[in-house]
Structures are given as C-alpha cells and as structure tokens.
Write a protein that binds this ligand. Structure first.
Ligand code: GLU
Length: 506
C-alpha cells in the first residue's frame, strides 16, 4: 500500500492578527508539504461569528505572502476541495452531526444560556470545582438523553435553541499517537460533552475541523499544543464516523523571554518587541508593531522561527529556504516550550542583512525613507552601514551623519582628545585635504596618516577628533570611506563649523 499524498493545512481563525506562534505553525506545515512534494492548504476557520474580526483574513494572507509561503489551495488559490472558508461550507456539517447522533455518539440538547448558568451556580454551591456537561450531569440537563422521546422530538422540530453535543462515554481511554509526543492517552471521564453544532446551525471548531480535515484529505495535522486535549474529542468523532484520522504533530508552546508562561500579545509591549508579523491596528489598544515594519527580512524571520521548536540535530543555525525544506523533519520537533529570544531574532536579521545584495537592501531602505539623496549615495550608505545594523530602519537611524551635519559632538572624546597645541596641525591637515585632487578614501587616508607620521603626532590624538568633528559621534563606519562619501565640500564645511563651536567652548 502506497503512502497517501502529503496534504497539510494551515487553519487560522480570523479572530485577530496572526500571532507569531501561528506563523511558526504555518511555516512547519509549509516546509513539510514542500519537503514531501505535497499540498499546502489555507483553510479559514470562521465558524465563530462572535469572534470574527474584519480584516483578519486579509492580514493573515498578506503576512504569509510577505513571508513567501504560497498556498496550493485556499480561498484565493482555489482548488477542488473548496470552499476553503468554513462559513461557506455551513450546509455540509449538519449531516455529519446527524450521523453521529444516529450512531449514538451525539445527542440533541436544548439548555438555554440561563439554564446552563444555573447549572454552573448549582455546581459551585455544591462545592464542585466547576460544572461539567458530561455523563455525570447529562440526565439532569435538558436534552434527548434526559427527556421523553416525544418531548425532545417536538423540541427538535420547533428548531428553537437546538444544539448537538458529543456523548462522551464513561470509563474508556482514548489513545492516539502524536509524532512529537508519542503515545497520548485521555480518560473519557475527564472529557466533557462538547457542543458540535450550535443553535445558529453553525458547527463548532471541533466538528468543522474534523469534517474538513477528512473531506480535504489532510494527511498530517501540524498545530499548536493548545489543541492537544481537543484531539481526544476529534479521535472520538473519527472513530464514530468510521474515518481514518490524520497523523498528528502538536508543536511546543512559545514561551515568554523569561521562560515562564506562554508568549502573549501583551508581552510585545512589555518587552519591546513585535509578536505579530505585520503591524496590526488594535483600535483603542493602539498599533501592535509587526516584524516587517520593525525591519526584518522575511527569510531571517523564517530562519528564527524554524529554530523556535525544531532543531537540526547539529550546530547548524543558518538555513536558507531550500536548505530549510531539505532539512525539516517532524521527528526533530522539540517537546518542551521554546523561549522567545528577540536578541537571537535580531542576530539572524543582521546575518541576513550582511548577505543581502546592496540593490535588494536599497529597495527596502529607499521605500521607507524620504531622504533626498541620489541612489548611488544611498547605496553607498547601505554598503558602509551593512555590518553595523540589525534592523532595516537603522540604515537611516544610525547613519544620520550621512544626511545631516552633527548637532552635537561626542563630549567625552572632545574632553580627552582636543588639545589646543594641535590646532595648527589640524589647520594644515585640512588645508592639505582641501588641495587633494582626488578626494577618495585611499588618498584621504594616506594624506592624513603620512601627516601624522611626519609630524610625530599620535593617531589617537588626531583621528578621533576628525571623526567627531565631521560625524559627531565615535560610532560609525570606516572614517576615510565616510569622508569620501560626504565629499570634500561637506567635510570642510563641517570642520569649519566644528572649529567655531570649539572656539566658543574653550
Ligand atoms: N482554527 C484553529 C486555530 O485557530 C486551528 C487549529 C487546528 O489547526 O486544528 O488555531
């Protein structure tokens, strides 16, 4: 018997922006599909109308497009197993709920919100931890198990507040094999009678999820660990319907930088890093920053996420897209939670920036900057700054001296290095620079260095002063290349200005 074709799906609910954990889930599905020549499917799980957030689906699609994860099937890509939005498949699910009822694995229930609330209150009053709609309470509630047949049939016919619940058996064990966790077992006594069809005729996540995974011929379900306990209910339904369940792989949680607890959207603001791929307008909560707008290259983010829950088995850390696909393997997903380390994310970005051609960086930097400089000038700024930035906006932010004369001078350097007796040397030096015919880094360097040697001066007394006078700060790329880029006129102008300032200072 041949192995079934690999078909995996990313199945987000459009209830808000895509959390970075969701992006990792999408990535692992994508890599697994590509590695096995399989299909990567986008399915929008939008059956919970109350939690629907306008714009969330478009956001999810834009984020995945930015990251270059292309779907073979989905709402936009099409495909012959559609529609790929669950709300558009509504009519389909009731039939399977009915089948489960016929098989004695589910039942109609009619409890109103008030009745459920009353049951919860009662459980509390009796000192129970919480109310569980299950075998223990089923007969005291309003459903087809507790009511006489005539009565419940009339309620079903009235169509008023009719829902369907799973009928979880007592004293059984539900067992399945998880690719990450191995054998997983759940005692049915711990599981509740989950709602599978709601009063508005919409399925809940649980029913829609397994019906669609089955009809879409999903071979592997790769999803977050938070769904592990639901899988027991899912297995129960697969068995009841006589369907073969897909293979499961539940991914570890992504933890806060402290390693304590799950990374949440609030942590982004708290620790000062993005937890979403793109900016998200949270209305009254303000804008949540995205990795894209913070200045990440898509492939760097993917590389970072790859290792947040998966390990190559050796020390290799850098993976371009092709090698990621080649190396990825479900068996090396890590069981324990993965700590989110933003410094590591920035380190990856820096490495990718260094390896990105100037023209590509130019596109990124110029599209986000309004500096009135020529393409060749900005390209040279990028070249000089390339090894000194971790985030794309820093090409501009950390290179202000290439666009503006310094508004202040590094005080510490001036205090330590500025000596009145060197003033005449600087005068000669700058007048020599003025006479330089070719104002390029090698010529500038040899002019300055030979003057220092000939006059028996110290490099450490002269070079820092030149740097601070022209750039304002000690932080910056190669001094001579920087002077060349600024050009003779600007350099001399800035030097004059510096002298005036020091005159007023001293
Ligand atoms: N709609 C679920 C979510 O938002 C999908 C879980 C699954 O992949 O089964 O995460």
């Amino acid at each position: 018997m041949g192995e079934a074709k690999v078909r995996v799906r990313f199945a987000p609910s459009p209830t808000g922006p895509l959390h970075i954990g969701g992006v990792r889930t999408a990535l692992y599905n994508y890599l697994f599909a590509r590695k096995h020549g399989g299909d990567f499917i986008l399915r929008i799980e939008d059956t919970d109308q109350n939690r629907y957030v306008a714009g969330a689906e478009a956001y999810i699609r834009e984020a995945l497009e930015w990251l270059g994860m292309n779907f073979d099937e989905g709402p936009a890509a099409g495909g012959d197993k559609g529609p790929y939005r669950q709300s558009e498949r509504k009519a389909l699910y009731a039939e399977y709920a009915r089948k489960l009822i016929e098989a004695g694995k589910a039942y109609y229930a009619f409890d109103s919100a008030e009745e459920l609330e009353a049951a919860r209150e009662k459980a509390k009053a009796e000192g129970k931890h919480s109310f569980k709609y299950a075998a223990e309470s089923r007969l005291s509630m309003k459903n087809a198990e507790s009511l006489p047949e005539e009565e419940w049939k009339a309620l079903v016919a009235s169509g008023d507040n009719v829902i369907v619940r799973l009928k979880m058996p007592l004293d059984q064990t539900i067992e399945f094999n998880d690719i990450v966790r191995g054998k997983v077992q759940f005692a049915t006594n711990e599981l509740d009678d989950k709602v599978i069809l709601k009063a508005d005729g919409m399925p809940t996540y649980h029913l829609a999820n397994i019906v669609d995974d089955h009809l879409m011929e999903i071979s592997h379900v790769i999803r977050g660990e938070e769904w592990l306990s639901s899988t027991a209910h899912h297995m129960f339904m697969y068995n009841a319907l006589g369907w073969e369940a897909p293979n499961y792989a539940h991914l570890p949680l992504i933890l806060k930088p402290t390693g304590k607890g799950k990374l949440s959207k609030r942590d982004g603001a708290k620790f000062g890093f993005p937890v979403f791929p793109l900016d998200w307008d949270g209305g009254e909560e303000g804008i949540y920053p995205g990795f894209r707008e913070t200045g990440f290259l898509p492939d760097a983010l993917l590389n970072f996420l790859l290792l947040l829950g998966w390990s190559s088995g050796d020390d290799q850390e850098r993976f371009d897209r092709a090698s990621m696909i080649e190396a990825f393997d479900l068996s090396r997903i890590i069981k324990s939670g993965a700590r989110f380390d933003f410094d590591k994310a920035k380190w990856f970005n820096q490495q990718y920036i260094i390896d990105t051609p100037i023209e590509v960086l130019y596109e990124h930097v110029s599209s986000n900057s309004e500096k009135a400089v020529s393409k060749s000038y900005l390209s040279t700024v990028i070249e000089l700054m390339k090894e000194r930035v971790e985030l794309l906006p820093q090409f501009i932010e950390n290179a202000d001296f290439f666009f503006n004369a310094p508004s202040s001078y590094d005080e510490k350097t001036i205090r330590k290095k500025w000596k009145e007796e060197n003033k005449s040397h600087f005068e000669t030096l700058f007048s020599n620079l003025r006479s330089l015919e070719i104002f390029k880094a090698p010529q500038i360097e040899s002019e300055i260095k030979s003057y220092i040697s000939n006059e028996n001066l110290k490099f450490g007394d002269i070079l820092p002063i030149i740097r601070v006078a022209i750039m304002g700060t000690m932080k910056g790329p190669d001094l001579f290349a920087s002077l060349e880029l600024l050009g003779k006129e600007v350099v001399l102008e800035r030097w004059e200005h510096f002298l005036q300032q020091t005159n007023t200072l001293t």
